[in-house]
Structure formats: structure tokens, C-alpha cells
Design a protein around this ligand. Structure first.
Ligand SMILES: [Zn+2]
Length: 260
């Protein structure tokens, strides 16, 4: 039996999720995405909770500002340069409701408010998603045929910390649409990597020899992904420069951040 309960308080415009639980002291956390959570011992009065939180409002605010500044270090605006399949491409932000479209050297994103970063981010993420979606089926059949193993399910998921993942028991693989920013060889490598996991869940000698057999240059491609300056991805996948360290990632996944 547990006797936790959570309610949301709003103090000076800041939402705080307050959970009552059997702990000894009040606790306060500001999460990387800006959410604020407080844990309070059972039988703490509302007045005590309020006093505790009000005394720390300045701290909460400064934490949120610091985290938000980190999240938005790359502002996407008209004229920004982004990457598409490893090439630089200029972003044009226009006002309107048109579908995102690509010309030879530009990606045109239409939003109702050109200063609305969230809409721009969402449209760019959707564009990357469609780009990956367009080439993924061919890659899956190419590598699936080569390995003699096909996934039961393939989905695109904007994961914060992984380029791809595989659940060998169900045969499902997930691919990060942010790979559309990198050289196409990177997506191909990640697809092969995850499909190899269908037969070889770890990253040991058997995994490596299958990779060597089907994509002898895989270590070079992996290095490209590691070196790729991911700062332009700070919106689509959030946070720090992407530094995959495949030797250390957990079974079934390629990490793209080493310090999360
Ligand atoms: Zn892996």
C-alpha cells in the first residue's frame, strides 16, 4: 500500500507538483525540462509547504532560467543554417499555413508567428521525420534481407538519448528521426546496428563481426556520428552536443549523450 498523492500548486506563475509521501524532510527538484517537483512529508500543513516553497522561489526561478537558456542556446530563425543529410541548408521562416517545403538550398517553414520557436521546432522535427520515413523502408529491406532477419515493427521516435533502439524479444526497432540531419550513411548504419541486435543483443565480438561483414566501414560512420556537431539539434532532441559512445551504451541502444 502506498499513500502518496500529488497536486499542482501555482506560486507566482510557477507550477509546482507537490507530492506527499513518507519522507522526513521537504525536498525540491527542478528537472532539466523545467518541471518543478516538491516532496513533502505526511502531515505537513499547507502553510508549511507554502512557506517552504516561497522561501525558495528565487532559487527555483534561477534554476529554470539556467535550464531554459541551455535548452534554447540554438535559436531557429529566418536565415539560420541547419543540416539536412549532412549538408548545410538555409532556413526560411515565413508567415502562413503552408506545408514545409524544400528547395535546392532552402527549407521553407511557414508558421503563423515567426517568433514562435516551438512551432518552428515542431515543423522542423516533422520535416526530419518525413525525410527519414521516405527512405527507411528501403533500408529496412536492404539490411533485413542481408541479415536474414526482419523487424516485427519499426517506428520513429524522437529520443533524447539514443539514435536507435531494439527490443530483441519483440523484434521491434525504433529509429531517431533526428538522423536526417546527418550524412545518409549514418541512418543506414543505425538501421543495420539495430537489426543486428535482433540476433545479437550485446556489442561483443559476435555483434562486431556481423557489423564488419555487412558494413566494413561502420567504425568510420560511427565516428562521423560522434564528431557531428549536434548543436543544431538542440531543439529537436533537446540539450547538449550529441556524443554517442557506442562502447558504453546499454544493451539494445545507441546512446547519443554520454552524460545523461
Ligand atoms: Zn546497440
Amino acid at each position: 500500500m502506498h499513500n502518496e498523492s500529488t497536486k499542482t500548486l501555482v506560486l507566482d506563475g510557477i507550477e509546482i507538483a507537490v507530492t506527499v509521501k513518507s519522507i522526513k524532510h521537504l525536498r525540491l527538484v527542478v528537472h532539466p525540462d523545467g518541471r518543478v517537483r516538491a516532496s513533502v512529508p505526511l502531515h505537513t500543513s499547507q502553510a508549511q509547504v507554502d512557506a517552504f516553497l516561497r522561501a525558495r522561489l528565487e532559487w527555483i526561478r534561477s534554476q529554470k532560467e539556467r535550464l531554459e537558456a541551455r535548452q534554447s542556446k540554438m535559436i531557429l530563425e529566418d536565415g539560420s543554417v541547419i543540416q539536412l543529410w549532412g549538408d548545410d541548408i538555409r532556413l526560411r521562416i515565413i508567415t502562413g499555413r503552408n506545408r514545409t517545403r524544400q528547395t535546392t538550398a532552402e527549407l521553407v517553414i511557414a508558421v503563423t508567428d515567426p517568433t514562435d520557436q516551438r512551432s518552428i521546432d515542431a515543423k522542423l522535427t516533422n520535416f526530419y521525420r518525413r525525410e527519414v520515413q521516405a527512405v527507411l523502408p528501403d533500408l529496412i529491406s536492404k539490411w533485413g534481407d542481408a541479415l536474414g532477419r526482419h523487424p516485427s515493427r519499426v517506428s520513429l521516435r524522437a529520443m533524447r538519448t539514443r539514435w536507435g533502439s531494439c527490443t530483441p524479444t519483440t523484434g521491434a526497432i525504433r529509429i531517431n528521426p533526428a538522423l536526417a540531419a546527418f550524412h545518409p550513411g549514418c541512418l543506414s548504419y543505425v538501421v543495420l546496428h539495430e537489426l543486428v541486435h535482433l540476433t545479437e543483443p550485446g556489442h561483443g565480438p559476435k555483434f562486431q563481426s556481423l557489423m564488419d561483414k555487412h558494413l566494413p566501414t561502420w567504425r568510420t560512420v560511427r565516428a562521423k556520428l560522434r564528431q557531428g556537431d549536434g548543436s543544431f539539434l538542440s531543439h529537436p532532441v533537446g540539450g547538449d552536443k550529441l556524443e554517442p559512445s557506442p562502447e558504453n551504451f546499454p544493451v539494445g541502444g545507441l546512446r547519443n549523450r554520454s552524460n545523461d
